[in-house]
Design a protein around this ligand. Structure first.
Ligand SMILES: C[S@@+](CC[C@H](N)C(=O)[O-])C[C@H]1O[C@@H](n2cnc3c(N)ncnc32)[C@H](O)[C@@H]1O
Length: 366
């Protein structure tokens, strides 16, 4: 397969395209993106016949910011006959992959696709049976095998292909389905919850999102992010001039500091988490996060970078490079990941984890 299909938020196709072109080229894979404005996906077509297969193997999905999913696909299947849509799809997948462990029949995340999604749900059942019979899908679901994707862009028109289970989004349409907790003070709470799902492997939650940890929340009001930390039984220093939700304050786990988040400094040396949702210029926020990490004032940080109207990919890349350089110059070994989350609009969410400090800095124990 020579193409990859990348799902993204509607309106962010250009960012997704600029990113894949740059990151594919860095791997020596050259091609061109095909972009339709507001489609909610883009295609990257490589010049070599197996460039799609190569990309899903070699380009770490976690390194992509604007893509919600990455699937190797073949040419568009057009005009599926309405009396038998299954056979051409099965034929197109023959020999394309090692046995699949799961099937996802999907659409782009747009209003226009909502009707089509209902069809996808129904179509999944007979298609799954036929793929199993043809030996393309295992008879039982397996999270370790490739995922078979069928992506409808219009009735009767779809791309078919696969993603690799160790290098894809585990979520249907690349979107974690989260329920808004009725007692949370703001919808923003879902951003931090999604960030935990995307950046922290589930089997590490008990260790890295542990009860009793100390956290600092900069720009905390009314408390949606603090709510997530309190739910995980952490102690939170919430920094903001605004009012915090009274129920959160009643938990006894929150200390409210009416201060400027850029000037606040931690009052204890065992803060594990720093989270920050201040609406500010991305470069100011990135520098502040760098300062916290370099000084060892936290071990992990999750923060938003608000995006400008234009050149959004360039702006994010520059800020991430600046942060990476700052950490590296100061001997801090860190993992940096950024993602345009489902619950993000004009912003991306960044996660930084300090691994160890090569020189100076505070002890790494909690
Ligand atoms: C998007 S809201 C945060 C929402 C919050 N994360 C939640 O889930 O409820 C941004 C907050 O940042 C605060 N803020 C902006 N600049 C700040 C600064 N320099 N210092 C402290 N707070 C700041 C604002 O007062 C506002 O409450």
């Amino acid at each position: 397969m020579n193409k990859v299909l990348l799902y993204c938020r509607q309106g962010f196709e250009k960012e997704c395209a600029a990113e894949i072109a740059e990151k594919a080229a860095a791997l020596g894979i050259f091609g061109f993106p095909r972009v339709k404005e507001n489609a909610g996906y883009i295609l990257f077509e490589g010049y070599q016949p197996d460039d799609g297969d190569k990309l899903v193997r070699e380009l770490p999905f976690a390194s992509l910011i604007f893509a919600r999913q990455m699937v190797a696909v073949s040419d568009l299947i057009r005009d599926l006959p309405s009396d038998d849509r299954v056979t051409p799809v099965v034929a197109a997948l023959q020999g394309a992959l090692k046995k699949g462990g799961d099937l996802r029949v999907e659409v782009a995340d747009t209003n226009e696709s909502k009707e089509l999604l209902k069809f996808c749900r129904k179509f999944t059942v007979p298609l799954r049976a036929a793929l199993r019979q043809a030996g393309i899908l295992l008879n039982h679901e397996s999270a370790k095998q490739p995922v078979v994707h069928v992506f409808f862009i219009a009735p009767g028109h779809c791309y078919v292909g696969y993603s690799l289970s160790n290098n894809n989004s585990p979520f249907f349409m690349g979107i974690p389905r989260l329920r808004f907790p009725a007692d949370a003070p703001s919808r923003s709470t879902l951003k931090l919850e999604e960030a935990f799902h995307v950046f922290i492997p589930a089997d590490e939650w008990d260790e890295r999102l542990a009860s009793g940890m100390y956290a600092v929340d900069l720009g905390a009001c009314p408390g949606g992010w603090t709510y997530q930390l309190v739910q995980r039984s952490m102690m939170v220093h919430a920094v903001d001039n605004g009012p915090m939700a009274p129920a959160l304050m009643d938990s006894g786990q929150v200390m409210h500091h009416r201060e400027d988040g850029f000037k606040y400094r931690p009052t204890r040396n065992n803060v594990y988490w720093l989270v920050c949702d201040m609406v500010e210029k991305p470069v100011r926020v990135a520098r502040l996060m760098g300062e916290w990490l370099v000084n060892g004032w936290c071990r992990e940080a999750i923060f938003n970078l608000k995006l400008p109207m234009k050149k959004r990919y360039e702006e994010v890349s520059q800020n991430l490079s600046m942060l990476a350089a700052l950490l590296s110059e100061n001997g801090i070994n860190a993992q940096i990941q950024a993602r345009h989350l489902y619950h993000d609009r004009e912003e991306v969410t960044v996660h930084v984890r300090r691994i160890w400090s090569a020189s100076g800095g505070r002890r790494d124990e909690r």
